[in-house]
Design a protein around this ligand. Structure first.
Ligand SMILES: NC(=O)c1ccc[n+]([C@@H]2O[C@H](COP(=O)([O-])OP(=O)(O)OC[C@H]3O[C@@H](n4cnc5c(N)ncnc54)[C@H](O)[C@@H]3O)[C@@H](O)[C@H]2O)c1
Length: 329
C-alpha cells in the first residue's frame, strides 16, 4: 500500500487530493499548520499532524514512524497581492522552510516528490496557450518563490536521483456541497462572485477592465480541482523515473471575468451587483495553459472543467457556507 505525505492537506486543493488518494486505498499523512487550512477539511481516514513544514523535529518524528513513499507538497503562502506587499514571508515559507523540509525528507530516504507549482512562474506570456518550455519570468514574488523552489527541486533530482514533478496549476476552481474554497481573505474570482450572488458581499468588483483582451477583463484558464487531483493520481504511476519534470494543469481555453459574471448569473439565477474596479498589482492580462504534455504522457483530460460545472459546484458550496436559503438553486 502506498503511503503519501500531503503537506497542506487541510487546504482547498490538498484536501480534495487526500480524498482521491484515500479512495485509491492509499494511506495519507497530512502535515498542515492550519494557517489558511481547516482541520475539518481533512477527510476522515487521513491523519492530520498540525505542524509547520519548517519544523524539522516534528517532520522527522512523522517520517520515523511512517514509511513515506511519495510527498505531495501543497503547503504554501499563495495570495499574489499579499506577496507583492510582503515578499519576505513568501520566500520564507515557499522557499526557506521548503528546503528545511527537503533536507528532512533526504535524511529519511524519501525520493519521490510532487510539487504544487503555478502558472505564475511564466509571468507575461508571449505564447498562448502556453507550453512548459515557455520562458519563465514571474511578475510577482509568489511566482518567483514557486519558480525558485522548482529550480531547487531540479538540483535535488540531479544530485540525489529524486523523481520530481512540478505541476503548474492554472486557476484551480470548483466545489461541491461538502468541499470548496474557504480562504480568509478570499481573493479568488469565483468565490468572490458567488459570495456577491448569495448576499454575503454587497457587490463583485472586476479588477481591471482595460486589459488588452477582447472585453478588457482578465482571461484565465479555469481547471476543476478534481481534475487536478486526478493528475496527481496519474503521477503516482510515473514516479519510477528519476529527474525533474514540469507539467501544466489547465484546459487550453480561457474565459474572461465578464464571461464568468454572465455564467454565474445564469446558474445562480441571481442578478449580481457588478462594479468595475482598478487592476490588482501582479495580475497578467491572460493565462492559458497548453495541457498537451500532461495529456500525451498521462492520458489525462480535464473532464470536470466545463465552466458551468465548475460554477454549479462552487455555488453548491457557497450556499452551504452562506446558509442563504433565499438564494435559489
Ligand atoms: N488555488 C489555485 O488556484 C492555485 C493555483 C496555482 C497553484 N496553487 C498552489 O496550490 C497549493 C494549494 O493551494 P490552495 O488554493 O489549496 O491553498 P490553501 O491556502 O487552501 O492551502 C494551503 C494549505 O497549506 C497550509 N500551509 C501554509 N503554510 C504552511 C506551513 N508553513 N506549514 C504547514 N502548512 C502550511 C495551509 O494551512 C493550507 O491548509 C499552493 O501551493 C498554491 O500555491 C494554487
Amino acid at each position: 500500500m502506498t503511503t503519501v505525505l500531503v503537506t497542506g492537506g487541510a487546504g482547498y486543493i490538498g484536501s480534495v487530493c487526500c480524498r482521491e488518494l484515500l479512495s485509491r486505498g492509499c494511506t495519507v499523512e497530512v502535515v498542515d499548520n492550519l494557517s489558511t487550512g481547516h482541520a475539518g477539511a481533512v477527510p476522515a481516514g487521513a491523519k492530520l499532524h498540525t505542524i509547520d513544514i519548517g519544523d524539522r523535529q516534528g517532520l522527522s518524528a512523522i517520517l520515523s514512524k511512517n514509511k513515506i513513499d511519495v510527498v505531495y507538497h501543497f503547503a504554501a503562502k499563495a495570495l499574489i497581492t499579499e506577496s507583492v506587499r510582503n515578499p519576505g514571508a513568501f520566500f520564507d515559507v515557499n522557499v526557506a522552510r521548503g528546503v528545511n523540509m527537503l533536507e528532512v525528507l533526504r535524511e529519511h530516504g524519501v525520493r519521490k516528490f510532487i510539487f504544487s507549482s503555478t502558472a505564475a512562474v511564466y509571468g507575461i506570456t508571449k505564447v498562448v496557450p502556453t507550453p512548459e518550455d515557455h520562458s519563465t519570468d514571474p511578475i510577482n514574488p509568489y511566482g518567483e518563490s514557486k519558480l525558485a523552489f522548482e529550480r531547487i527541486l531540479s538540483w535535488y533530482a540531479a544530485a540525489y536521483g529524486w523523481s520530481v514533478m512540478a505541476f503548474r496549476y492554472f486557476n484551480a476552481s470548483g466545489g461541491a456541497a461538502d468541499w470548496g474554497e474557504n480562504h480568509e481573505p478570499e481573493t479568488h474570482v469565483i468565490p468572490l462572485l458567488l459570495q456577491a450572488a448569495s448576499g454575503r458581499r454587497p457587490f463583485f468588483e472586476i479588477c481591471g477592465t482595460d486589459y488588452p483582451t477582447p472585453d478588457g477583463s482578465c482571461l484565465r484558464d479555469y481547471v476543476h480541482v478534481v481534475d487536478i487531483a486526478k493528475a496527481h493520481l496519474c503521477a503516482l504511476q510515473k514516479m519510477d523515473r528519476a529527474g525533474f519534470h514540469a507539467y501544466n494543469i489547465g484546459t487550453g481555453t480561457s474565459r474572461s471575468v465578464k464571461e464568468l459574471c454572465q455564467v454565474a448569473e445564469k446558474i445562480t439565477k441571481q442578478k449580481i451587483n457588478v462594479r468595475n474596479g482598478p487592476r490588482r498589482p501582479g495580475d497578467p492580462a491572460t493565462l492559458c495553459a497548453s495541457p498537451r504534455k500532461l495529456m500525451d504522457e498521462f492520458q489525462w483530460g480535464p473532464k470536470h472543467s466545463d465552466l458551468e460545472e465548475i460554477i454549479t459546484g462552487a455555488w453548491l458550496w457557497e450556499r452551504t457556507q452562506s446558509g442563504n436559503l433565499t438564494a435559489r438553486a
